[in-house]
Design a protein around this ligand. Structure first.
Ligand code: SF4
Length: 449
């Protein structure tokens, strides 16, 4: 793709013009970029927690379970593969202590919890007994009477039917299965712990137990992926008919095993697809799924029926909800302030032992930054209602981003009328590559993390 050629496109340049899959982050998870969040700003999050909350702001809880059976070679999350049962119990005790500290804060006290997300890591790494004890206590500390959605991420090989029964009984409404690929050789090559037989087994159990929503995660462009295999992955997905399918495009952030190999000059054992190929794979999957009756719900997700299948966690966060991010290295947001927890095991536990919330860094957003943040995040759905931003932030984004929006239209990445910006398929398939053009000038940097 070229980013030059016409009058309005002269000023626009994409951060990466290179279409090879190089080292670095592609996925935009938040705004302003994490590199602007600092330990010096922690008093801002403490102050935000000390103020009573704005009315009608939904409240969510994210719980990070950082344990995995094995480290995937493309993984950049804070995960541990070597913790014993005693250390896991210790971690869960400290997580509960963290939640208890939040419950006493003026910004949280008395507020109903609207959604919960167990992410990782591998939440399903925990045993049925650990889950029962931990989630039971969590629900005692923060009741789920108003929780409309409780998502739980699973690695298929860690699931047994009694564990799934426990999750269903505990109130999990949305099960997200980290399938990633259906080919055992590719799963092995990329360091995944599970195999395809475990996917099919776990999926059948989840269906039998009638979880309200089952999502399947896939990754387009795992090392060793081919067109033939990708078609087969899509065929298998269609055969299972999950309520939603989420497809990420493989990236190479700096601290993964694959990236370390590339940096030390070793060639990857198998080919890694370039970005146009990954986009073509996602496009193919979207087309097949749409033909089977699914609908696009974001640049990554299709759902069987938009009226029935919601993703409250995503939509609430992308519309400015508060999120208590708990667990080591977790990210949260409270009353306009971003924060991240300590990223090291010992430091995280030590803060909680001292009855301190374990903040590592924070960033207080200005009103315009909050507006741009929601715009950038909502653009990932492929549709943005500009009237929403006029009403909520008193910002005319059509005028503020006139040049950028004209460029998107010239490149056939978007259509625009007075009210609505709609990304074309070409725009949606590379939405994370386009989003930085909307960053405020002082946030345009190559360092995202
Ligand atoms: S299962 Fe997920 S969190 Fe665990 S190592 Fe693999 S990618 Fe990372």
């Amino acid at each position: 793709m070229s980013s030059t050629g016409s009058a309005s496109s002269k000023r626009i340049s994409l951060a990466s013009g290179d279409e090879k899959t190089g080292l670095g982050n592609y996925f935009i998870a938040n705004y302003p970029p994490f590199s602007f969040w600092k330990p010096d700003f922690i008093p801002e999050v403490v102050a935000a927690l000390n103020k009573t909350s704005r009315p009608n702001t939904p409240l969510g809880l994210y719980v990070h379970i950082p344990f995995c059976r094995k480290r995937c070679k493309f993984c950049y999350f804070r995960v541990y593969t070597d913790k014993n049962a005693r250390e896991i119990e210790e971690y869960l005790e400290h997580l509960l202590r963290e939640v208890a500290l939040y419950v006493g804060q003026p910004a949280v006290r008395g507020r109903p919890l609207n959604f919960v997300y167990f992410g990782g890591g591998t939440p399903s790494y925990l045993s049925a007994r650990q889950l029962r004890d931990f989630i039971g206590e969590l629900r005692r500390l923060m009741p789920w009477d108003h929780v409309k959605e409780a998502t739980f991420e699973c690695e298929p090989g860690t699931l047994q039917k009694p564990k799934l029964e426990t999750l269903r009984e505990l109130g999990i409404t949305r099960l997200s299965l980290g399938v990633e690929n259906f080919n055992d050789a590719i799963l092995e090559e990329n360091g995944r712990a599970h195999r395809s037989a475990e996917i099919f087994r776990a999926y059948e159990w989840a269906k039998e137990l009638a979880f309200p929503q089952i999502n399947i995660d896939l990754i387009a462009g795992m090392v060793g992926e081919t067109w033939d295999n990708w078609r087969e992955c899509v065929r298998q997905t269609l055969r299972l008919q999950p309520d939603s399918v989420t497809i990420y495009q493989m990236e190479l952030p700096y601290n993964t095993e694959f990236s370390k190999a590339v940096r030390s000059g070793q060639a990857l054992p198998l080919q890694l697809a370039d970005w146009p190929t990954k986009r073509a794979w996602v496009d193919y999957a979207f087309r097949e799924l749409l033909a089977a009756g699914y609908e696009i719900s974001s640049g990554y997700t299709v759902v069987r029926d938009k009226n029935q299948v919601q993703f409250l966690y995503r939509d609430a966060l992308w519309h400015g909800a508060d999120l208590l991010g708990t667990g080591v290295a977790s990210f949260g947001h409270i009353q306009g302030v971003h924060f991240q927890n300590h990223t090291e095991w010992d430091t995280y536990l030590q803060s909680l032992r001292s009855n301190q919330l374990p903040f590592y860094r924070a960033y207080r957003c200005e009103p315009l930054e909050l507006c741009v943040r929601e715009f950038v995040l909502q653009l990932k759905t492929g549709q943005v209602d500009l009237g929403y931003f006029r009403a909520k932030f008193h910002e005319d984004l059509g005028a503020r981003f006139g040049e950028e929006l004209a460029w998107l239209r010239e490149m056939d990445y978007a259509d625009l009328d007075d009210q609505r910006l709609t990304l074309t398929r070409a725009g949606l398939l590379q939405v994370d590559r386009l989003l930085p053009i909307f960053f405020l000038p002082h946030h345009r940097t190559n360092r995202y993390v």
